[in-house]
Design a protein around this ligand. Sequence first.
Ligand SMILES: CC(C)(COP(=O)(O)OP(=O)(O)OC[C@H]1O[C@@H](n2cnc3c(N)ncnc32)[C@H](O)[C@@H]1OP(=O)(O)O)[C@@H](O)C(=O)NCCC(=O)NCCS
Length: 318
Amino acid sequence: MTTASRFGYQYVVLRCVPDVVREEFRNVGVVLYSQLAGFLDIGYELDAQRLQSFSPSLDLVDLRRCLDEAVQLCRGDTAPGRPELRRPGQRFGWLSAPRSTVLQPGPVHGGVTDDPAVELRRLVRVMVGGAVEPSVIAADPAAALGDPHGRHPAPLIRAGLPSDDRALRQLAHSSWSHVHNPMPAPSPLSEPFFNEHHQPDDVLVAEIDGEIVGYLLIGRPYPMETGSHVRQIQGLDVSPRARRRGVGQALVRAAVREMSERGAQRVTLRVLGHNRSARRLYESEGFVVEGTLPGEFVLDGERVDDVLMGLRLPPRVQ
Ligand SMILES: CC(C)(COP(=O)(O)OP(=O)(O)OC[C@H]1O[C@@H](n2cnc3c(N)ncnc32)[C@H](O)[C@@H]1OP(=O)(O)O)[C@@H](O)C(=O)NCCC(=O)NCCS
């Protein structure tokens, strides 16, 4: 006889509503909360083609931004203008409250399950559909990658390979947001990740259990000899389902080591002022703020600073 626990749960379906007046919608995701299991998580499938054939004028960037916000909220990330919701129940309440944006929650439903994570995947498949396995994003880090007891496997950090192109493209595509990137939404998935600016050699890749979960781009900010002692972190991305388990830190540490070995005496980077998680990560690795370009970008209607950070490396003993 099995003695599996039965957990009560609530869920809402997230709907894409391109025109709030017409109120027509397509389901894009599900948020599931189980107080008993201590579980709050979101899964979604952003099928651009399907959504655009439903509504050609749909603002996909706005939809992606709303989904990013929902993911961050689920995870408990704080951001300016967002209330601090410490408990998962409060966050579910916020996510399921009616609103009139391009992403709207449907009514709250309930159920019982032995495994909320499995149930969420099932609901995403049933409610959202699509041929692809939904990108389920764990709000509780212990429920994401790694074993069920929440032990974090250390990521393997290695140099990029040409064969990583597709996985890196997908990672950059799925994690893009204006929280960390002032550029427009990433180029189509069909465009290669590696290009004249970044070759596999300039990329460090983080793997957990053979899956690529993060990358960091190393570059030289100046082509001339006078600035050859400076290297730059020109991109850093950790898959949302692998965050808060040391992957970003491992990538930054490996990159600093690598740059030092390549002769760098100084490492710089630029980070958006409102990107608190990245700024905290860099600060914890010894980077300091060296300058600020105030209000350098207008992102989602708000002026955002661009912050220059730097790290001095001791000269290498030959
Ligand atoms: C920023 C980012 C790379 C961090 O990666 P990560 O693997 O989640 O970070 P780590 O688990 O290694 O965290 C290391 C430290 O960074 C800080 N940090 C990371 N995420 C944080 C968050 N959400 N809130 C607060 N601090 C955070 C903490 O100091 C953390 O140490 P702690 O876990 O002991 O508190 C990741 O959130 C990400 O990919 N964000 C989107 C892309 C991005 O912002 N890139 C940077 C562009 S400049």
